[in-house]
Design a protein around this ligand. Sequence first.
Ligand code: FPP
Length: 252
Amino acid sequence: MPSGPDHIGTGTAPVPLHVAIIMDGNGRWAKARRQIRTFGHKAGVDALRKTISAAPGLGVTHMTVFAFSTENWRRPATEVSDLMGLLKAFIRSDLDRLAREGVCVRIIGDVAGLPADIRECVDEAHQRTRDNSHFFLQVALNYGAQADILEAAKTFALQVKSGEAALDDLTPERFGGLLSTSGLPPLDLLIRTSGEHRLSNFLLWEAAYAEFVFQDVLWPDYDGVSLKAALDEFRRRERRFGAVEASDVASA
Ligand code: FPP
């Protein structure tokens, strides 16, 4: 089912095709258990597994998760290296299963700025799952939306400079096609856990018409039940994409 302006006037929204999640609260979850932050990130990987495996059954076909931001390098070196280790371990331990289950894995972000062993894992995940189409898992790693937008702007500027494009060719669709997220359905729903209400430089362009759901659950406690609750909230929203309902025009 398409997402976007076609849904105007259709009442409650259908199941979101593309859901993004800011998986927040690992540190607080660990602290509440008097453990180090990495303990929370480890539990966060399990929560991610549960959420990914529940998503297709709930009608979600595309999911983008924020695993590591360009700002996360500011964390203590041990936490950064533990997070990288967890990512590597996740790809090593889960790639066979994900590939078998038809999951297409795509990592977006500044992959070139990651350690060599992580880059190798990323390449392997891309190569082994690129033809899969049952479910699409996009992992934002060393990702920042502003940097992504700047890259797209530079690419278009170069296209204009080389004569491949004219300035007037620039449309939202063309620009969106230059972003690292291109090719995915429009973002329908953006979830942030842990009660924080921020975008934190995640999917700034893509979230233009997304519904936002903030859940008071710390990420390590997240699972299919939490995802279903977010989808239920999404269904209660009326999406107008900037327009008004026909009945409102008639009664004005
Ligand atoms: C935010 O919680 C979470 C992160 C910065 C990392 C998210 C990473 C994972 C869930 C695990 C690794 C992911 C993959 C794809 C294997 P926080 O540490 O900011 O928590 P706090 O706000 O409570 O301190």
